[in-house]
Design a protein. Structure first.
Length: 169
């Protein structure tokens, strides 16, 4: 798969040997990021709009630790056009980051035309809060809308599961 992966550039190539051809499918919001000395990946800028969903509200009534609620606050929605261009599929893990923090979450295509290209959506919760700064500008409420973020294909989740409460047998 191409898309966010750097068209054939992989581990073992030095930065001097690595070249990426964006070709005609390149985009104006793309740039290159170095994740290690030997790996370069494509990153793209987006605007993230965290918010509430009706599913989040109904699963909240069941509890914040239910699978439905956790899935709702931990899944990034993208325009289908962006997913197709970046060769992403529903369920692919993406790393979303800015100058405040980062998250690694699965992505899925938004329904119909709910999101225009260039905008991302995630429900308010633990994941979205990691990308919000603490400055309230004297209002008591931090910036929580229109966050400038970068997105790239992730190789593994950055969060770990809580230890099991079951005792070993």
């Amino acid at each position: 798969r191409g898309g966010l992966a750097a068209g054939g550039v992989g581990v073992g190539l030095s930065l001097a040997e690595a070249s990426i051809d964006l070709g005609d499918g390149g985009c104006e919001n793309c740039s290159l990021a170095t994740i290690s000395r030997d790996v370069i990946v494509m990153q793209e800028s987006f605007i993230l709009i965290p918010g509430r969903t009706s599913r989040q509200g109904t699963t909240l009534n069941e509890g914040k630790s239910t699978a439905g609620y956790i899935e709702e606050i931990s899944t990034l929605q993208m325009a289908a056009e962006d997913m197709q261009r970046l060769e992403l599929e529903d369920g692919d893990l993406v790393r979303v980051y800015n100058d405040v923090g980062e998250i690694t979450v699965p992505c899925k295509a938004a329904r119909g035309d709910e999101l225009p290209p260039g905008l991302l959506f995630i429900s308010y919760g633990d994941q979205s809060s990691r990308l919000m700064g603490g400055d309230t500008h004297g209002s008591g409420m931090p910036d929580s809308k229109g966050l400038d973020v970068f997105l790239e294909l992730a190789t593994a989740p950055t969060t770990t599961a809580a230890p099991s409460s079951e005792s070993p047998e």
